[in-house]
Design a protein around this ligand. Structure first.
Ligand code: A2P
Length: 275
């Protein structure tokens, strides 16, 4: 296996390099979000994932500006919220996000959720946003295989990324293989099952074996599965801890046994009911 580090990148089908590891800020309250992003950038993170609906784009933008790190060295992702889906409203929504983020482009703009009657128009808008250079790459989030197939049948621009909930307790190998076969990067959100499985005895056993924390086992698993991963923490020590996953490797036998942990656990919303 390639030797991973915090700067490891993966190339998207839109020719954009995506850092394999980043900070998620879902549920980070505005004030704590500012310090979380500052702590993460100090700890070497170069990929920050926010969304209009999180209500913290402004603090993400402040932190990036105040960090002193050149904007070009940070991979910044935001998302089009459901209420803003549709062609014209999406074009307005990106301008609001850019203004909040205090930047003139993001690196990746994602459709946050496959809203049934709007997602096709939203995708057309994202292509315009990309050609206007307001984002380097465009992608989707919470798309299941049939949403991706619909999009692929209709468009010449394949999504660069599909960001979905993914962890050993929600291990959708079919979706992962589908994305891999199309060069769509699968990005795992809530890789810690939103904190709900951190004390699972199976995780604890491996943590003990590898002398790492339970969170580190789950993060390392996502990386070894070939995904991009964005654990959320607002706590400075845990932000540092979550990035310290490059000095060990889960062996092949343990990776195989972790495949049996899947229990279809969704800790966030469920896109499988959206046609
Ligand atoms: P906190 O922000 O207080 O650190 P996910 O990324 O799967 O959605 O998980 C996020 C949840 O996991 C948050 O509640 C976060 O709390 C918690 N968390 C993040 N990193 C760690 C860690 N290293 N150890 C324990 N809990 C963590």
């Amino acid at each position: 296996m390639e030797k991973l580090n915090i700067n490891s990148m993966i190339k998207s089908n839109q020719d954009v390099l995506v850092p394999r590891f980043g900070l998620g800020v879902w549920k980070s309250k505005p004030k704590e979000c500012y310090s979380a992003v500052i702590s993460a950038l100090k700890a070497g993170y170069r990929h920050i994932d926010t969304a209009a609906i999180y209500g913290n784009e402004s603090e993400v933008g402040d932190a990036i500006r105040d960090s002193g790190i050149p904007r070009s060295e940070i991979f910044l992702v935001t998302k089009l919220w459901n209420a803003d889906q549709g062609y014209d409203s999406a074009l307005k929504a990106i301008d609001r996000s850019l203004s909040n983020l205090k930047t003139d482009y993001v690196d990746m703009y994602l459709i946050h959720f496959p809203v049934a009657d709007k997602r096709k128009d939203s995708w057309r808008a994202l292509q315009k946003i990309q050609s206007d250079k307001k984002t380097k790459a465009i992608g989707v989030s919470n798309y299941m295989i049939w949403h991706l197939e619909e999009l692929i049948n209709e468009t010449e621009v394949l999504p660069a990324m599909n960001q979905v909930e993914y962890h050993p307790f929600l291990n959708n190998n079919e979706l992962l293989s589908f994305c891999n076969s199309k060069g769509i990067i699968l990005e795992a959100y809530s890789p810690l099952a939103h904190g709900q499985k951190l004390n699972d005895p199976k995780v604890s056993e491996l943590a003990k074996k590898y002398n790492k924390s339970n969170a580190q086992i789950l993060i390392r698993w996502s990386l070894q599965k070939g995904m991009v991963v964005i654990p959320k923490s607002a706590n400075p020590e845990r932000i540092v801890q979550n990035a310290d996953v490059y000095d060990f490797e889960i062996n092949a036998a343990d990776m195989v046994s972790m495949e049996s942990w899947d229990e279809g656990l969704r800790t966030c919303w469920d896109p499988t009911t959206v046609e």
